[in-house]
Design a protein around this ligand. Sequence first.
Ligand SMILES: [Zn+2]
Length: 326
Amino acid sequence: MLIERENEALPEGETLKKTSKIYLWAAVLCVLNFLSSFEGLAQAEPFAKDKYSQIMWNYLETLSEFGPRYVGTKGYSQTLDLLRHVGAESADDVLEHPFVITRHNGEQMRMVNIEFVFNGTATGRPILVGAHYDTRPFADQESDPKLRDRPIPGVNDGGSGTAVLLGLARYLKDHPVDQPVRLMFFDGEDFGKSGSSEMFIGSSYHASQLEKLPLKQRPQAVLVVDMVGDKDLEIYKETYSMRSGPELLDRVYAMARRKNISQFNEKSKYSIQDDHLPFIKLGIPSVVLIDFDYPYWHKVSDTLDKCSPESLGVVFSVVAGVLAEW
Ligand SMILES: [Zn+2]
């Protein structure tokens, strides 16, 4: 992804207003919880978060062991095998969307998006949850020029979103939700130089395919997860997402509040170009969940030791909760 702008911090009054709002919310939710327990509506977590945290962590370890995972590498083929395997075990259907791109130098390259289909029981348009599975071929944020040509391990950037989607696939198999869901694994998000047209390749391709479909067959909302494995997780509201999908963001942050998850920060901080943008251009409410405060971004030091199962677990828990209650 590309960072475009870091927002000014909110004035202190604004922060206080938000804080008191949060307390008010917490009080309202406590009362609601109390009341609903009498009606037998209060449920224990519908899933064991720790179980899925461990499952996702195992996937992240595996992806880390694969090494760099961009088109043409061994790790890329291994990742595709893993996605196909989990998809076959978990999803109602697995769709492959291969495509060919012509690079700026005329070279042709074959890429593929993988889609897990969960039909659900409800009618209506699906929710698309997406993540890129490719990793950046060069560490262009390194200060040492000798390192800038090296590929990044992409454990957080590329790995964490993939692991969360694989965890969601396992969860949706074990706990089917009514809402139709598509888990999309995008290729080529991080392939090209910053500012070139060779970024967000898979998501742009998928949006171009959706554009050919009648409106009722397109997703009603898109939720992208990227860089969500950081041990020191803090997810601010991203500004394109705030404009495009305020209702979806509200669902996400309300779920985080209900689950007492403090890693979701109600403030906005960054404008980030990521896989949500092609869908925003299509008019679909689209949101990215991303923690951009990650010192190892696009560096060779984006490794497993910077991530934690807890961080994967809280993002999973929020997204799974949102899907289950849609
Ligand atoms: Zn990246």
